[in-house]
Each structure stands twice: as structure tokens, then as C-alpha cells.
Design a protein around this ligand. Sequence first.
Ligand code: PLP
Length: 373
Amino acid sequence: MTEFSERVEQVSISGIREVFEAAGEDAINLGLGQPDFPTPEHARRAAVDAIDAGKADAYTSNRGTPDLVDAIVQKHARDNDVDVPPEGIIATAGGSEALHIALEAHVDPGEEVLFPDPGFVSYDALTRIAGGDPVPLGLREDLTLDPATVEEHITDNTAAFVVNSPANPTGAVQDPEDMREFARIADEHDVLCISDEVYEHIVFEGEHRSPIEFAETDNVVVVNACSKTYSMTGWRLGWVAASERRAERMLRVHQYAQACASAPAQYAAEAALTGPQGVVDEMVDSFQQRRDVLLDELEDMGLDVPTPRGAFYAMPKVPDGWVDEVIDRGVVVVPGGAFGDNGQGYARISYATDMAELRDALDVMRAATNAVQ
Ligand SMILES: Cc1ncc(COP(=O)(O)O)c(C=O)c1O
């Protein structure tokens, strides 16, 4: 007998934390994956009102309050043109738990899960925790995932593939045609597509479409959250959207691991989803302005940056020693290798920080670039 499970022994604490610690307290932090805006006032207010009225004291239904479930159903009809049944929705503790229950419910020990590399750190870790075998997939030059690469890697042992658009850490946005292809692959190979859409609304060029719109089977599970869209990372509120039978399996994991998502957060999320959406546009405009400045400057330094068309990350190719030099000079960026082997030689820069800090950070990056070249 071993003291700890082999599955968990294979997973290490995310490399991103280590970078924060290395940079010191006064550092400018371009390592964080969260918007620098407050949660919209009406969402906060809804939570406070629910607490004051004593509505948030008790467990809710495992899936979430009926009103939140309805708000999520309406959101999918409004934004994605799909009718997800209320029985297909589960409100979760952020997109993170949504990914976890999707993988737990669908992956058997030894089965393979395909995902983008570089990609969000949880895909590899949660696959291992579910007992599955991670299969990282290389990306196109523009850092999007080629559906043909997914199809080539599908075997009889593939349980699922993960698609993430707009993407962390690359900012890449898949074209609608790719999303249609992912749906076809899920249908034809009878394999699950987990579509992580937490950055759905943060798109500057191109268009976000979900594979669930195109699929003819129920082989797509959507993972989404209020975290990025409404600047609600601390509230921990996300969801899965799927067919009733898939949600029923995921509910078995959610019910025992979580019981229900936090009740106050559910009230805030309902208000965010049903309230005015202009706040989202304002955030996206601001991210776009910052992205444009960042891109211009990085290109001017001679760095090669695939144009990020969404989310709030850029992923330039950087010379050896660049990341350490930038961190030593007091700016936190994350080495691309934290997101998979194919991320080596890149750095992830999060520009969800105000313009003045971003400009200071860019001065540091310029000095670091000159120092290592
Ligand atoms: C691609 C992606 N998916 C899921 C998540 C998890 O989001 P949440 O904070 O809602 O758990 C993140 C968070 O950074 C992310 O970048």
C-alpha cells in the first residue's frame, strides 16, 4: 500500500504559484488569470440582498436554484442559439469544478484525454486525477488547435478531447469552421468533446461559436463560468451544459463532492446573467486597447507574437533567459513551459491589469529583451 494515491502523486502544484513567490511583493503582476474590474454592482447587490433576506443560508438543489438554472438555459439560447434542457445544467464551484466533474464522469482509468499544448493547466492534472492518460496536442503556428490533429490522435481508447476557445494561455480564437469540425469529430468518432468556453465573450476578432451548436449527437459538454465574463473569479460560480443523461452522471460526482454551488454566489450569478450585459462590452473594449498596446510594443522589441484574438493573454516567443530576466526585474510573467512541453520558448503575459502598470511592465520587458539579446 502507498500512503498517497498514485493518481495524485502524478500531479504537482501549478508552476504559476512559484513564479509569484519568486517575484516579490512589489512586483507588477502580469501572471494572473483574472480581470482587474470589480464584479458588476447589480450582481454583488443580488448576493447581499439574498443574504439579508435569509435566502442564502441553506443548501440549494444540487443543480442550483431553479432561477439560476433557468438563467443559464436562457443564456445558452441567447448567446449560443442552443436549447439546453434545464436537466442538462449543473451550477458548479467555478469552471474548475465543471471540468472536474466532466472528466470524472466520462473517463475510465487508462483512457486517453486529448487537449491543447500549450493549454490550461487543469486539463492535464484533472485527467490524471480521473485516472486517465493525458495526450497533449501540438498547435498550429497561430496557436489554434487543428481539428485534423485531434482526429489523427483519436484511438479506440480515447474518452474525450478538450477544446478551449478563446484560449488560455494563448489568446487564440478558433474559427467557427473549426468548431463545426470538432462537433463532427465528436459525432463521427463517438467521442466526447469538452468545450471550455469561459472566455466566450472576450473576443476582439473572429467569432465565438460553440461545438454544441453544430453537434448532431449529445457528444459535447460545455464548461462555462461567470468568472471571466463578469469578473467574478472569487465567487466560484460556473456550470456544465449537456444532455440530461450526461448531466445526470456528472451530478453524481457533484452531489457527493460539492452538494451544491455556494448559494450567495448563485444569486449573484443569476443577476449577472440576466442583468445588463453592457458591463461585459466595457471590459472587452478595455482589454482590446491594452492588447493593442502590448502587441505593438512586443513587436517593436522584435518579439514574435501570434496575434491573440481573445481572452486577455498574449504568448510571445521569447529568447532564452527572457522570463527570468523579466521576473528578476520585478514583473511577473509565466514561462510557457508551465502550460505544456510545447509552451517552452514562450511566455504568457496576462494584460488584465491597468494601462499605466502595463506600460511600466513593457519598459521592463524592453530592458530585459535588450539584456538577453
Ligand atoms: C481556460 C480556463 N478554463 C477554466 C478556468 C477555471 O475557471 P474558474 O475560475 O471559473 O474555476 C480557467 C481559469 O483560469 C481557464 O483559464
